[in-house]
Design a protein around this ligand. Structure first.
Ligand SMILES: *[C@@H]1O[C@H](CO)[C@@H](O)[C@H](O)[C@H]1NC(C)=O
Ligand SMILES: *[C@@H]1O[C@H](CO)[C@@H](O)[C@H](O)[C@H]1NC(C)=O
Ligand SMILES: *[C@@H]1O[C@H](CO)[C@@H](O)[C@H](O)[C@H]1NC(C)=O
Ligand SMILES: *[C@@H]1O[C@H](CO)[C@@H](O)[C@H](O)[C@H]1NC(C)=O
Ligand SMILES: *[C@@H]1O[C@H](CO)[C@@H](O)[C@H](O)[C@H]1NC(C)=O
Ligand SMILES: *[C@@H]1O[C@H](CO)[C@@H](O)[C@H](O)[C@H]1NC(C)=O
Ligand SMILES: *[C@@H]1O[C@H](CO)[C@@H](O)[C@H](O)[C@H]1NC(C)=O
Ligand SMILES: *[C@@H]1O[C@H](CO)[C@@H](O)[C@H](O)[C@H]1NC(C)=O
Ligand SMILES: *[C@@H]1O[C@H](CO)[C@@H](O)[C@H](O)[C@H]1NC(C)=O
Ligand SMILES: *[C@@H]1O[C@H](CO)[C@@H](O)[C@H](O)[C@H]1NC(C)=O
Ligand SMILES: CC(=O)N[C@H]1CO[C@H](CO)[C@@H](O)[C@@H]1O
Length: 863
């Protein structure tokens, strides 16, 4: 052999050995089959499951038999053995079921498995997961739609370094972890560095001692239902970088002496618990801390800001606690890395100058000092402001002028300056901010005028309760995304312009109440499919209810009270499936109120009954005539048989915002900040209704307030009113009602206010626990009534009846004193149309005794 051939052979040999070593690298057939079987059971989706993926694609797309599995997307092989050791299919747009015997178990060397952000809804973690115990170090099943119990065998995975089971639920069913399995995890995972169980139901207390791996860096137990006190060891983990125990039911305080140096701690979140006590100083001296969230707890006392040394802090949330003490702004000026600062809803004190603060904190983007107790001032000197500022809340900060510095905040999205003392005209410069704005709240100030503004991006604009004068700003009509507009309680005047019709695509609620708008309501609501609330109460509007409202299917609240509107009752509103509140009070409406069943419903699926959702009907102070609308009463289904939900009060809201309401309840006008869904009201008072009170009204057994006063109703009070078992306020005063007060009314336990005054009622006032609490004024002006609380006493006249009981008693008269009694009785009896066969006088004092002893019926004589 010559050198060349030797060289050639050598070359061949090298080539062969290298290619044979390539063969060794190749994926094993069994493992490749296992992967293909796994793929086979899944399908690709067109969506990404959950949120948090920046890059998603159908990841198993290139898995097929013609290529080596080690080059498939998401697969990692051991280079020397060819074994599949890693699978990362996160954000892989996969859906299907993870079977209990999933073929993944045929990958005996698997070390890393990440299936996060795929749709395995309704799957469970296979109980045989322990089969990976000799290999698996990283398991990430977050956002997989898993439910059921985490199998106990998961603790067999003793090599785990990282476990993430967070955000798993299917429908309302969270993934659950038995407390003992949770505790065993710490005992068995001796190398654990990351444990994230956010949203997994554990519902347990943390044991008083627990041997946690000293290498633990991340512990996320957010919203796991944990309770009890925070044990010391939690803050004793030297390697800890992130600790999140938010959203649980922890009580007690944060331990103040902490032996360990939490030198690596970057993120500590204990928000949304029930922690109390004072904040320990170590919290404010942790050298690496970037994120500290303690909001929504019950921490109190002074914050040890004097020892404040958080050079790295970027985000600090102390809002919604009961913290107090004078805080010097200088303390905060040093925190130059701050991006996000929330101190709202506390009881601090001190004066903060805004321009100095904003120019010192050049990275600040988010500031909330609302209701913090601080007084915020501004010198309006032109300092630097971070142009990236996007969220600013300074509600109730005693601010006196509109800060000019805001003009630099071109990215501003949220601005809350409500409840301050801002006087006068808003400066012109303010008109330019907020092109990206989403919510501006300028309400509850002393603002007299607005600048020409270009807040065209706004979704919500609140300027209620100011002193703003002048016409409706036409630029509002250019806010094509506007959902909520509250201009109420100002001095706006002129007409409501036709151009509000431009807001048809977005507008959910418009409140122009308590201004001086005049003219007719523009008839432009045709296409307002989102409109849930239209409140024009307290203006000088004329004409009728605009017919274009008949198409607003979402309408829940229509409040046109206290205007000069006229015309007849807009019966066509009865088809609105969602209408809950209809207020037309104090206008000049006239005519009969009758269901207009004849009119065809404009809605394809409307209910066969009129006003199926109505809770409040206030037509008081108008010129309505005729009979009470019995046909309507008969059909007010939302005022009948409402099942009481004792868990949480439900409020009436429009587009997620509560609806407030001024209503005469219990005799007095009340401003109800949040209207309970259960506060059902019918107020037809101060009209010209006549004839009788229909029996059917008694079927509204969930009604809370009924006011029929100041009409011309006559006849008897129907017994059926006693069936109004939920009624709290009943006013039938100033009518022509006759006969007795039905005994059935005495059975209503919750009746707080009763007014039957100024009628022609007669006989004895019923007695009962509740009835005994009503004052004289409830019955005044009914000359024929007697008994408590009136000074007139009842006198009983036993009367022979044809029935078997022999005698009953008739009360005939009331007296002011014993001497005049007989004469008055005689006189009364002669007026009475009934024949009295014989009578006796019985002193009032003996009344109960006789009643009980004889168990005889009492019949009250009518006039
Ligand atoms: C297998 O996948 C490769 C890479 O995506 C592709 O080029 C090839 O056409 C596929 N083969 C088959 C049979 O689908
Ligand atoms: C898993 O079990 C199902 C039935 O439960 C069976 O159809 C399937 O072949 C099994 N798969 C494997 C990989 O054993
Ligand atoms: C811990 O794991 C071992 C095997 O890895 C197992 O035998 C033991 O039962 C586990 N301990 C607990 C408390 O789960
Ligand atoms: C789990 O995977 C998701 C998606 O890749 C990732 O965002 C998350 O940080 C991972 N969890 C852990 C504890 O590493
Ligand atoms: C705590 O865990 C460490 C490391 O696994 C172990 O060496 C030590 O014995 C354990 N201590 C207790 C009290 O269980
Ligand atoms: C904490 O760390 C500081 C500086 O890193 C060191 O001086 C101090 O001794 C440490 N304290 C403890 C209790 O380890
Ligand atoms: C903190 O709350 C616990 C019970 O939750 C209570 O016993 C304790 O008195 C409270 N401490 C303070 C300072 O309010
Ligand atoms: C807030 O502090 C003031 C005194 O600074 C005190 O009068 C008031 O009661 C405190 N309010 C609350 C809710 O703690
Ligand atoms: C606007 O401010 C008022 C007064 O502080 C407050 O009641 C209302 O809830 C605020 N609205 C929004 C949407 O923040
Ligand atoms: C309603 O009011 C308008 C404007 O005030 C008036 O022109 C009209 O005549 C009134 N209509 C009725 C029926 O009273
Ligand atoms: C639920 C499901 O799709 N199961 C299938 C998984 O794949 C195996 C093998 O192809 C089938 O037998 C199962 O029916």
């Amino acid at each position: 052999m010559n050198d060349i051939s030797i060289f050639f052979l050598l070359f061949l040999f090298t080539f062969a050995s290298s290619s044979s070593s390539n063969n060794i690298h190749k994926c094993h057939k069994k493992q490749s089959e296992a992967l293909l079987l796994f793929k086979h059971n899944l399908s690709s989706t067109s969506y990404t499951f959950g949120y948090g993926c920046t890059d998603s694609y159908p990841i198993t797309m290139n898995w097929n038999t013609s290529t080596d599995c080690c080059i498939w997307n998401g697969i990692t092989c051991d280079r020397s053995t060819g074994d599949v050791i890693g699978i990362d299919l996160s954000c892989g747009m996969l859906s299907g079921t993870i079977l209990p015997n999933t073929s993944l178990f045929n990958l005996p060397h698997l070390q890393t498995l990440n299936l996060a952000f795929n749709d395995f809804t309704a799957s469970q973690i296979p109980s045989e997961i322990g089969r990976f115990s000799n290999s698996l170090t990283h398991l990430n099943l977050s956002f997989c739609g898993l439910s059921g119990q985490v199998p106990p065998d998961i603790t067999l995975l003793h090599k785990l370094v990282s476990l993430d089971l967070s955000f798993n639920y299917f429908d309302d069913d969270d993934l659950k972890l038995e407390p003992h399995v949770f505790i065993n995890m710490f005992g068995n995972y001796t190398n654990l560095e990351e444990l994230s169980l956010e949203g997994v139901d554990i519902f347990s207390v943390l044991p008083t001692s627990l041997n946690i791996s000293s290498s633990l860096k991340l512990l996320n137990l957010d919203e796991t239902g944990l309770q009890g006190k925070l044990p010391h060891y939690i803050f004793n983990l030297q390697s800890l970088e992130t600790l999140d125990l938010s959203g649980n039911h922890f009580i007690g305080d944060i331990p103040s002496k902490i032996p360990a140096n939490l030198t690596h701690l970057t993120s500590l979140r204990l928000s949304y618990n029930k922690l109390n006590g004072t904040l320990p100083s170590w919290l404010f001296t942790s050298p690496s801390l970037e994120h500290l969230s303690l909001q929504d707890n019950m921490f109190s006392g002074n914050v040890p800001f004097e020892s404040f040394a958080l050079p790295s802090i970027k985000r600090l949330d102390l809002n919604n606690n009961q913290l107090c003490g004078q805080i010097d702004m200088q303390t905060f000026r040093q925190l130059t890395n701050l991006i996000h600062l929330e101190l709202s809803s506390n009881n601090f004190s001190g004066e903060w100058e805004l321009d100095t603060l904003l120019s010192s904190l050049t990275n600040l983007e988010y500031l909330d000092l609302s209701y913090s107790g601080f007084s915020v001032t501004t010198k309006n000197t032109n300092h630097y402001v971070n142009p990236g500022f996007w969220h600013l809340r300074l509600a109730s900060c005693k601010l006196k002028v509109f800060p000019e510095s805001f003009r630099a905040m071109k990215q501003l999205q949220f601005l809350d300056l409500s409840g301050n003392q801002i006087h006068g005209q808003i400066p012109h410069s303010a008109g330019e901010i907020g092109r990206n704005g989403y919510i501006f709240n300028l309400s509850h100030n002393f603002i007299t005028g607005l600048p020409p503004f270009q807040w065209y991006g706004l979704g919500e604009l609140y300027m209620q309760s100011n002193l703003i004068e002048g016409p409706f700003p036409p630029s509002i009509c250019n806010m094509s995304r506007l959902e909520f507009l509250d201009m109420s309680h100002n001095s706006f005047d002129g007409v409501i312009p036709q151009c509000v019709g431009n807001l048809s695509n977005s507008l959910t609620m418009m409140d122009l109440g308590n201004n001086s708008f005049q003219g007719t309501i523009p008839n432009v609501f045709e296409g307002f499919i989102q409109l849930e609330g239209l409140i024009l109460n307290g203006n000088r509007l004329e004409g009728g209810v605009p017919s274009s409202l008949s198409k607003c299917e979402s309408l829940k609240v229509l409040d046109l009270g206290n205007n000069h509107l006229n015309g007849t009752f807009p019966g066509w509103l009865e088809y609105h499936p969602n209408l809950q509140v209809l207020v037309l009070k104090s206008n000049n409406f006239h005519g009969n109120i009758q269901p207009s069943f004849a009119v065809k419903s404009p809605f394809p699926f409307s209910f066969p009954v009129p006003f199926p959702s109505l809770l409040v009907l206030d037509l008081s102070h108008n010129g309505f005539v005729g009979q009470l609308p019995a046909k309507y009463f008969q059909n007010f289904n939302s005022m009948k048989n409402v099942v009481k939900d004792n868990t949480e009060p439900q409020y009436l809201y429009m587009g997620g915002k509560y609806y407030s309401f001024i209503v005469a309840v219990k005799g007095v006008d009340q401003d109800i900040r949040r209207l309970f869904v259960s506060l059902t009201i019918i107020d037809l008072s101060n009209n010209y209704f006549e004839r009788g009170i229909p029996e059917i009204i008694g079927s509204l057994n969930s009604l809370k307030v009924l006011n029929l006063s100041h009409n011309s109703l006559y006849g008897r009070i129907p017994d059926s009113l006693g069936k109004l078992s939920e009624i709290e306020s009943l006013d039938l005063s100033w009518n022509q009602l006759t006969g007795n007060i039905p005994q059935s009314l005495a059975g209503i336990k919750g009746l707080e206010v009763l007014d039957l005054s100024q009628n022609h009622l007669v006989g004895r006032i019923p007695e009962g626990t509740q009835f005994n609490t009503f004052p004289v004024s409830s019955f005044a002006g009914n000359l024929g009534l007697c008994g408590f609380p009136l000074p007139k006493k009842c006198i009983y006249i036993p009367q022979k009846h044809e029935d078997k009981s022999g005698f009953t008693w008739e009360v005939v008269m009331l007296g002011y004193g014993c001497g005049t009694l007989l004469g008055l009785v005689m006189g009364y009896l002669m007026l009475s149309t009934r024949k009295v066969k014989w009578f006796n006088l019985i002193a009032d004092a003996g009344e109960h005794m006789i009643l009980e002893r004889n168990k005889r019926r009492y019949v009250f004589i009518g006039k």
